[in-house]
Design a protein around this ligand. Structure first.
Ligand SMILES: Cc1ncc(COP(=O)(O)O)c(C=O)c1O
Length: 397
């Protein structure tokens, strides 16, 4: 049983100038609330920790734990649609010279009908992102071509296909990173005979491909706006510890950007309690932990995990500097820990999928190591407010 807690020596609690913030928050909000049909705030559920969760620190943890439950976003079982749909919307507007600040889904649908051959959205995915791209392509009347690696379940594959009649799923006998390369190559080669337009909607960046991944990160900001609003409505101060599952690190990038911006403004927290962001990775695909250890963006060979959405070998190029500046520690967990946490969340009425269980597994890991829990200021303080980003529901894998 291997559990690892890895420090990020480069993390500085307050280093706003090192973190790039570029979010058009107002447009993200307009898109999620007024443009994409079916907006509903997801739940922020307070859970009571058991003595099993707390282990040796059961008399020392005085804080509150909330679970941000992303098991139903616009009818999809993961948070990913927030970024995938927003980035697809802006990218389509830009390609068709429409104004993303005023355009509507109906306008996009009308436009799509007038273009022959029908344009394609292209993406590689471990499951959730590709499903979200397929969902949006269907909503606006486009086709989608989604690449999946060998480790993605056939249930997830069918769920992507079922998003629309013009969704093609291409399964490769390769890993996620290779799927990203092939999706990018396919999208770059606009169909020469028919002149078909192909838009790559990828949730990870590399040198020369940064705009769309950054729009995706912007789209994730809705999660944190909701968390802040919900905590405020319960007269709670903002989160002191946020646990974030990491695949390529785009969600973690959004987390770092949000809490760094909050620190820039007048925050209710004393500086000593600035929000700590704790990353969680599967032990067999811990590309962020490896990159932090090497102090440079590093690719690794990954092995399969039930946390399929986190099975990525390379951190996103644009996320990396922010993660290096803003992530406090990385906790790596094995599948059995994620599974236990999933079962544990079910007892609190939260239907988590494996990636969704990862943050609780990481919190339990820290509690089983009182020295680490103390060092991260999780103990002996009633002001501690932990937010676990429960990023997917049970249905998605
Ligand atoms: C359910 C779930 N949680 C977390 C993540 C991690 O997000 P990121 O790849 O931006 O680190 C993913 C990525 O696909 C996911 O599907």
């Amino acid at each position: 049983m291997v559990k690892t807690i890895q420090d990020n020596e480069h993390a500085v609690q307050v280093r706003p100038t090192k973190v790039q913030q570029r979010v058009e928050l107002a447009n993200v909000r307009r898109f999620h609330q007024d443009v994409l049909p079916g907006y509903r705030k997801t739940d922020l559920t307070k859970i009571a920790l058991t003595s099993q969760d707390l282990g040796q620190v059961r008399h020392r943890f005085k804080g509150t734990v909330y679970v941000k439950d992303e098991s139903d976003r616009y009818g999809l079982p993961a948070f990913k649609v927030l970024g995938a749909a927003y980035a697809s919307f802006v990218a389509i507007c830009e390609a068709w010279q429409l104004d993303p600040h005023t355009a509507t889904v109906q306008e996009l649908r009308r436009h799509a009908r007038s273009i022959d051959p029908t344009p394609l959205l292209v993406a590689a995915t471990d499951g959730n992102h590709g499903r979200a791209v397929a969902f949006f392509s269907n909503l606006v009347g486009l086709g989608a071509r989604i690449y999946i690696p060998s480790g993605v379940s056939s249930i997830a594959e069918r769920a992507i296909s079922a998003e629309g009649p013009d969704v093609d799923v291409i399964r490769l006998q390769e890993d996620y990173d290779e799927c990203v390369r092939q999706a990018a190559a396919f999208a770059a080669a606009d169909d020469p005979t028919q002149g078909q337009q192909r838009l790559l909607i990828q949730d990870t960046a590399w040198q020369g491909y940064t705009h769309i991944p950054q729009l995706i990160v912007d789209g994730y900001q809705t999660i944190f706006r909701e968390v802040d609003e919900e905590l405020a409505s319960r007269s709670q101060q903002e989160a002191t510890h946020v646990f974030c599952p990491v695949g390529v690190g785009s969600l973690a990038d959004a987390t770092v950007q949000h809490y760094t911006a909050a620190r820039d403004e007048a925050t209710s927290l004393p500086t000593c309690m600035a929000t700590s962001i704790i990353a969680v990775e599967p032990a067999g695909s811990a590309c962020l932990a490896e990159s932090l250890a090497e102090a440079r963006l590093t690719s690794i060979q990954t092995r399969n995990t039930i946390m399929a959405g986190l099975n990525c070998g390379t951190p996103s190029y644009t996320a990396w500097p922010n993660l290096q500046a803003g992530i406090q520690v990385v906790v790596t967990i094995e599948d059995e820990h994620a599974l236990n946490a999933v079962q544990r969340l079910h007892t609190s009425g939260i239907a988590a999928g494996p990636c969704g269980g990862a943050p609780l597994a990481a919190l339990q890991t820290l509690f089983s190591n009182p020295f680490e829990a103390e060092r991260l200021a999780l103990l002996d303080d009633e002001r501690v407010v932990v937010v676990l980003l429960m990023t997917e529901g049970a249905k998605s894998s």
